[in-house]
Design a protein around this ligand. Sequence first.
Ligand code: SAH
Length: 508
Amino acid sequence: MNMTNRKGRVYLVGAGPGRPDLITVRGLELLKCADCVIYDKLANPALLNYARSDAELLAVPKRVGSESFRQEQINNLLVQKAVEGKSVVRLKGGDPYIFGRGTEEAAVLAEAGINFEVVPGVTAALAASCYSGIALTDRAFASEVIFVTGHEAEGKQQTGIDWSLLAKFTGTIVFYMGMGNLEDITRRLIENGMSPETPSAVVADATLPTQKFVKATMATITDSCTKNKIMPPALVFIGPTAAGDSRLNWLAELPLFGKTVVVTRDAQGGAEFAEKIAGRMAVTIEIPVTKIKTLTDSGDFIKTLAQIHAYDWVIFTSRNGVETFFAALAKLSKDARVFGSAKIAAIGIRTAETLARFGIKADFVPSAFTSNDLARGLIEFTNLRGKKVLLMCSQIASDDLTQLLEAAGASVDNVPVYTHEKNLCDMKPLSERPIHWLTFASPFAATCFFEQVSVDFVKSKNAKVASIGPVTSKKLVELGVKVDIEASEHTFDGLLAAIEQHELRTTK
Ligand code: SAH
């Protein structure tokens, strides 16, 4: 192998404007495969969840205290990692070449003889436009659009901005990095002859649940921003289109937009629910008050494993159960062949999908999602009389399933493979912002949460409480908590739908 072959490759990838799923498909694919990810402050950290678990993740923030990186240091790092033979994704906010110094990085790579590729990203102006209803161009009154930096390169002697020309521009002007100089920007435009009445708007945190949007005239936009506590990153729009069209502001119509929802599940399940909530443009705070403890080291489990092929049916009731089971198998250097010819049933699509990841196609998945549905469905599907059934579930699962299956004539062994235990959490995030919703998906989560937070605190925040179903609600009431809504479908989607319906009812 010669030296050139051993060199890595650098991908300058536009991470998009903020919302993680606005990255391109190409960008995401590269991110998933990278050996090393070097990322900016503006790239959403949620994107790092897509990186390989063994990938090297390096933050290179600029202008942030002592941790600050100079551009040369970043350039050197890119070269160094590529020379080490790594596939490097350099994740940059928005588009790499729009006010992003991407060209400087690419030029250094070219000079060093390192292969590179540049993947475009959705730049902030395009995203803010779609997410606020300010079109950048309009057939009737804006035939041009211009992107301007509101913060010129430090040390640059002459200004690159021709203010007199800009003041005559009749299309849409978008200033990036303009918040620090907003007063100066509007003053210069007005001094150069632009009307102080020109429509102006600022969009901060575009595409994120924290997005803020302020409309004013050029004369009043700075004050409006101060009043509304607008903080960077933000874009300034000036020109006729900046008046916007409120009918196009679809984001403001989303029932959960801008609301803060607290998720109290264990870290793994919580992350998935939190992602769904974020998809509805709500801010999520994850407080994983429970954690999973595996029980597969017990003698019972090992004995069961040796006998598992002798069962007619093995039932998995949750994704956690499947994952814990297969982790234990792997530890014992065994695989799915332990099942022999036993048939396998799964409660819920998620459980079935997880089984499929381990190469197992469930023989039976009930169309609904509770233990009762599984029992009823399985009884209809097959004759259980005299059959041996093994239940692989959580220690805190109810006995309903066992009882129903036994009533149908099966002999049931119940072997818990995991349990939940209390997780001590940092509760500071609850005090840092208004909380609109607290969500509870199990009685145990409710108990663990209120062992760490007082009911009075929740009352003082005016937070509403959402419960996944009657068992959880009952526990909440016992704890002295008022339950505002209970999901009619006892899943996370059901919980989310119930919250959305409540918001629609109360705000419309
Ligand atoms: N390469 C980036 C821009 C980097 S310059 C891109 O293509 O979007 C940084 C500036 O971009 C910020 O000061 C702000 O003006 C703008 N910006 C980036 N992300 C933003 C966001 N989510 N909302 C509003 N402005 C944003």
